[in-house]
Design a protein around this ligand. Structure first.
Ligand code: 13P
Ligand code: SF4
Length: 304
């Protein structure tokens, strides 16, 4: 059944001159089917570069919106219209405008996990892969508002030595990974390298060896001689890591770290998406023009 479905998807993809992009948290069969897999930054760059006319974005809404902002001439499809990101919904453009009036001199950096409207109110956008470099590129005398993820914000503040005005947003998947989870995993695997996403809480990050975006985790594991890794991020990463490094062992810090929104995408929905051209993600022109400035800066400032 799945073989037949995969064949149909392949056929529709060629017919429509479409490309399938998948985030590293996608279900294994979606990662395997995709033309490109990656982290938020890598996929944004890919979406901007591709010659394909249509992009099927296997991820969550803000990722598809970012692709639509970067490539308005392309059709961007999100196979499940309810695949959102609760972290991105934790700040509205209205709330950001209010915060800006309290800090009129501040520059605004928004995490890519935010709505297009919030991006339109921001000076710079960043992902977890380049947040440190983006903040480091800003004038030293300027206060900086960082929204919406407080945990990524604290990580950036520590790495750059700059005080940031934070918003109390968080990712429910990453904050569910506890200090005890890491201690338990380390007790069983004392030689393992602990890799954590910067969206994790501070006690979890304190117990970790490497704080990395999902794409950086893949690159780090590939170069490392270590045989075991404890992974403190969404569980989909385990498939991505194992596939690239079959010789190493990847232990999830907890099996609970599942993003239900990322798991909304299925093979059937990808098929329907291509068959019925659904669900088109578009961004109104006025919002798009403003948000694009912040996103262009994000794709220009690459991590070291
Ligand atoms: P990355 O940019 O590291 O892939 O992370 C995306 C995300 O949604 C983290 O929860
Ligand atoms: Fe959003 Fe968290 Fe899911 Fe990433 S893992 S898409 S931040 S809810």
């Amino acid at each position: 059944m799945s073989e037949q479905l995969l064949g149909e998807i392949e056929k529709l993809k060629t017919e429509h001159n479409a490309v399938i992009l998948a985030h590293n948290y996608q279900p294994a069969e979606i990662q395997d089917l995709a033309d490109f897999r990656g982290d938020s930054l890598g996929l944004s760059v890919k979406a901007a570069e591709t010659d394909a006319e249509k992009i099927v974005f296997c991820g969550v809404r803000f990722m598809a919106e970012t692709a639509a902002i970067l490539s308005p001439q392309k059709t961007v499809l999100l196979p499940d219209k309810l695949a959102g990101c609760p972290l991105a919904d934790m700040i509205t453009a209205e709330q950001l405008r209010e915060l800006k009036t309290k800090h009129p001199d501040a520059m605004v950096v928004c995490y890519v996990n935010s709505s297009a409207e919030v991006k339109a109110e921001s000076d710079y956008c960043c992902t977890s892969a380049n947040a440190v470099e983006v903040v480091n590129s800003l004038p030293k005398d300027k206060p900086i508002i960082f929204v919406p993820d407080q945990h990524l914000g604290r990580f950036v503040s520590e790495r750059t030595g700059r005080e940031l005005i934070l918003w109390p947003g968080y990712c429910h998947v990453h904050v569910a990974i506890t200090e005890q989870d890491i201690k338990n995993a380390k007790a069983k695997h004392p030689d393992a390298v602990v890799m954590a996403h910067p969206e994790c809480t501070e006690p979890v990050k304190d117990l970790s060896d490497q704080l990395l975006s999902t794409g950086q985790m893949l690159r780090y594991a590939h170069k490392s001689d270590a045989k075991e890794f404890i992974i403190a991020t969404e569980i989909g990463m385990i498939h991505a890591l194992k596939k690239q490094n079959p010789q190493a062992e990847f232990i999830p810090a907890t099996e609970k770290a599942v993003c239900p929104n990322m798991k909304r995408i299925t093979l059937e929905k990808v098929f329907w998406s291509l068959q019925d051209m659904q669900y088109k993600v578009t961004v109104p022109q006025d919002i798009r023009t403003k948000a694009k400035k912040a996103i262009d800066r994000m794709v220009e400032i690459l991590p070291r």
